[in-house]
Write a protein that binds this ligand. Sequence first.
Ligand SMILES: C[S@@+](CC[C@H](N)C(=O)[O-])C[C@H]1O[C@@H](n2cnc3c(N)ncnc32)[C@H](O)[C@@H]1O
Length: 324
Amino acid sequence: MPITEEPVHSALSADLLGILRCLNCGERLEGDSSGGFDCPACRRAYPQVNGIARFVDAQHYAASFGFQWHRYQKTQLDHDEVLEADRHFRRKTGLRPEELQGKLVLDVGCGMGRFAEVATRWGARVVGVDLSLAAEVAAKNLPDREFIAMQADVFALPFAPESFDVIYSVGVLHHTPDCEAAIKTLDKYLKPGGVLAVWLYSGYNKWYRFSDFWRRYTHKMKPETLHGVLRVAVPFFYHLERGLQRIPVLGKPMAGAVHHVFPVNRQKDPEARLLDTFDWYSPKYQSKHTYEQVFRWYEAMEMEDMRIGESAIAVRGRKPARRA
Ligand SMILES: C[S@@+](CC[C@H](N)C(=O)[O-])C[C@H]1O[C@@H](n2cnc3c(N)ncnc32)[C@H](O)[C@@H]1O
């Protein structure tokens, strides 16, 4: 699709004005002359800065993601024949084009917008929220789509109840201080009959243990410093493992041991490898989950038609059409 100068999400802008609510008093918001929003009731203002409306005053614990998605703006974005995000989106949400066509969709923790790109390509009108400055990158990446990005926190979303047909969140809620509370807060914004799909890190992988140990230190580093360290460490450990694997008999177990103690991403593309390793070691919060846990949370929300996706831990469910 051509990149246009002006955003083309007029239908979505009208949708958004109907559902936006003040975080302070819950009243309907109005657009202001600068592209931000004002509350006519309590006068609280939500300014637009760098092209997106701000519903938080800072990135809080998510600053490393702001750095990450500004540094790797398009690495994971689908283009030409590369449809990796499309594949991940299907495996991690179970959603299909026909379910999103014409629907109003919320992307929670949209990052640089790779899944909003897929959802809008499938015909959805998508609102993307992210706690970090990644929302700026998402807006810049998708100017020609029915997509609006905003900087907002999943725990304080500026929307009326029952606003969205579909809500998805891929790789996000385990990075909040309370994954269960984050999932349960989303139920409120879903229309009756709407679908909630989440993908979380799996608690079944035991090799996470060493990286959890290193993360205790790495998440405290400045993102720029950690990125500098990983620029050296990732190629070092990646090539060390590959070198060890060539040694007969003992090579493979030795390579396995190195990977166990110093896990780095093993993708072929060096940039994707560095990005995903940074994404692994930089977050302050990174919880892991099981299907039993997530199903319990969905059951507590009285969700129906619960299904698992192809890539653990992927769970989707439907809000009952009418709740008693
Ligand atoms: C690993 S990234 C995933 C981004 C995107 N979903 C993707 O898969 O490309 C996690 C994202 O969650 C965002 N995030 C973390 N806590 C959040 C919160 N409380 N509210 C909204 N977004 C949050 C981060 O800023 C970050 O962009």
